[in-house]
Design a protein around this ligand. Sequence first.
Ligand code: FES
Ligand code: FE2
Length: 329
Amino acid sequence: MTPVVPRRLPLSLRRGGVPWDRQRPTWREARPALIAAALKRAQDRPTGNWYVLGASAAVTPGRPFGRTIAGSEVVAWRDTAGRLAAGPGACPHLGAPLKDAAVSRGALVCHWHGLALPGDATAGWSPLPAHDDGVLAWVRLDAAGGEEPLERPVQPPRPAAGATVAAVHDVTGICEPADVIANRLDPWHGAWFHPYSFVDLTVEESDGEDALAVRVSFKVAGRVVVPVRAVFSAPGPRTVVMRVTDGEGRGSVVETHATPLASDHRGRPRTAVIEAVLATSDRPGFAVARAAAPLLRPLMRAAAARLWRDDLAYAERRWALREAGRFPG
Ligand code: FES
Ligand SMILES: [Fe+2]
């Protein structure tokens, strides 16, 4: 007898699914030249020199947040009004790491000799443009970006904040942003490489826009799945967006941002993958889910962690092959 899945739950039962090794191979469709062309189009789009620094929630009041982005040491903190402030991460006096400074009355106070940086130009130190979009913290690095600066980061539309459960996942790998973006522009690997998360994946013709549409089922447990249609696009060289256009969670968005960091001690590039999951649903049950958001977040992060372990391995492998001149694409 078929078990009954309550209608209120966003689940379906998968019928007639094929085992992993008997699903349709996707390698013929996942043409290297197609992925390379999509990556190239993404790389030609402007960023205005904006980089994702991390989750907005990672910059907490009272404590500085430091990260080296594209080789530049950056510090960020919250002023007394909770606004995001950012600047170079070395103290202009004798170079102390400002990520270890104190935050006092909205100013950064260097712990070596007490120089206070209130957030405007002081003692040869100048702030950097920063932007907090409520989910992610951004910083503009004009020297590193080398593009025409933009007032604000180029951002794809998001579901309304009040109707969303947001979670941000932040991992680092040995690769370049292009490797992360190329991984995401290959949706054909989904059901093969992540069988624990995805089944029954087909890539459809794109919608006319520069995007790939995918029909796929998210695996919940056993034969219980959530079928969706999702569209992947790359609005910039360091961002891929997946938007659920049909099925449960319609309107939900996963933004994957790749931020170049400092090289490691062997000179290999390091890239942070900062992924914002903005889940929304028009189901009545979602209001309950939203109330449980603090509980949902670690679950959403755990799901992403497993995917990202594998996707990072893909991106790192791609970089290593490129580095060795052995990348087949
Ligand atoms: S190094 Fe920062 S005050 Fe001296
Ligand atoms: Fe993947």
